[in-house]
Design a protein around this ligand. Structure first.
Ligand code: NIG
Length: 382
């Protein structure tokens, strides 16, 4: 079964050329079969007229925390009244998540995934990290694997108050890792004052790598720190947040394969400055944009909001922001040959905007612009 989508005014491919005008694509099964000028398009079983709209790869949201229960509206309200964000709020979600049934967690996760997909997100990563016992972390990873493309083990999110750092580190690098690893592709550490220090983070990540997991790091979120340095040293696929960077952090990222994943919705919601995307890009670092959707520091699934913020407030061009939210996220997940790109053979993840150009994502911020979405070749919206 093939579908020709034609009359695309502006098609962002992230391939060569990066943008095509008056374009068409053909989807066949779960892949793109053909991409090119509309006037040269081959026939297909069905035809969709995009009527002069813009199209781009589905968003790749490479950083979320969607296996959770409970609500932190009160914490958000206190923050907006001036109370600072601290990692300690994570324990509120840990308590609620441990008390939830599998079906509750599954339903909440599916609801958020559906919400993201309806806005054009077609590839999602999510993390454990609100269980923090062997059973609860393994359950979170198992449930996550049912609904998302990539699962990250984040047992090293916080040292639970009812344990000592030594015993918890043993657990995170020992039996908890062994229980979660079969359901996960990645391991992550919250490397920050109040969570895990540099040597604790290194030991958890080294153990995870020995189990065959790829590495990611939460770093430099609340203050300057060792997270970026450590991520680069261990060849992590990405270091996420990057809100407080020194020149040497930027230099290290620019000379590495580690993606700087920026989470602007989180910085806004926690009242921290926005990251210096311009310095990263100008230095040659690879940048991704992601939502960090979670109930504490960033409760949004809107990649379009992140793109608009990146353009309006972080001095990224529309092209840079769209690329960071598609190809950049895919690169952060080491999937850039398959998702975040429109070329024959890539997964047929397509997002059509109800606008003639991707510029409208920033020009019309806050306006829902998703017109149609295909995920793995299947229409998921309308
Ligand atoms: O990426 N920084 C650590 N983890 C999450 C926050 C989780 C929470 O506050 O519940 C983040 O912002």
């Amino acid at each position: 079964m093939s579908t020709l989508i034609t009359n695309i005014a502006e098609l962002t491919t992230n391939d060569d050329p990066e943008v095509l005008t008056d374009a068409a694509v053909v989807l066949s099964g779960d892949r793109f079969a053909w991409v090119g000028p509309a006037k040269a398009a081959p026939p297909a079983d069905t035809r969709v007229d995009a009527a002069g709209r813009a199209a781009l790869p589905g968003w790749v949201d490479s950083h979320t925390h969607l296996v959770f229960a409970g609500d932190r509206t009160a914490e958000f309200t206190a923050r907006m009244a001036g109370k600072p964000y601290t990692a300690g709020g994570i324990t509120t979600t840990v308590t609620a998540t441990r008390a939830a049934t599998d079906d509750d967690l599954r339903a909440t996760l599916r609801r958020h995934v559906a919400e993201a997909v309806s806005q054009g997100t077609t590839c999602l990563e999510t993390k454990t990290g609100y269980g923090l016992t062997v059973e609860d972390e393994a359950r979170a990873a198992r449930i996550a694997a049912e609904s998302v493309d990539e699962v990250t083990y984040l047992g090293a999110h916080l040292i639970p108050p009812d344990t000592t750092p030594e015993s918890y580190l043993d657990l995170v690098s020992g039996s908890m890792l062994a229980a979660v690893a079969p359901h996960a592709q990645w391991a992550d550490v919250f490397c920050e004052t109040g969570a895990f220090d540099e040597s604790q983070s290194r030991s958890v990540l080294t153990a995870a790598a020995a189990h065959g997991l790829g590495l990611r790091v939460h770093g430099n979120q609340l203050a300057p720190g060792p997270g970026v340095r450590l991520a680069v040293e261990l060849s992590a696929a990405s270091v996420d947040h990057c809100t407080y960077l020194t020149e040497s952090d930027i230099d290290a990222l620019a000379n590495s394969d580690t993606v700087a994943t920026l989470l602007p919705a989180c910085d806004l919601s926690t009242r921290h400055p926005l990251p210096n995307a311009r310095a990263l890009l100008d230095a040659g670092a690879t940048v991704a944009l992601a939502t960090n959707c979670n109930p504490g520091s960033s409760y949004t699934s809107s990649m379009a909001f992140c793109v608009a913020t990146a353009v309006l407030q972080m001095r990224m061009s529309v092209a840079e922001a769209v690329k960071a939210a598609t190809w950049g996220g895919a690169r952060a997940l080491r999937r850039e040959t398959e998702v975040g790109v429109i070329r024959p053979g890539a997964r047929a993840d397509l997002h059509i905007l109800d606008a003639p150009s991707a510029t409208h994502l920033a020009y019309r911020p806050g306006v829902p612009l998703t017109w149609a979405v295909w995920r793995s070749g299947a229409p998921v919206r309308p």
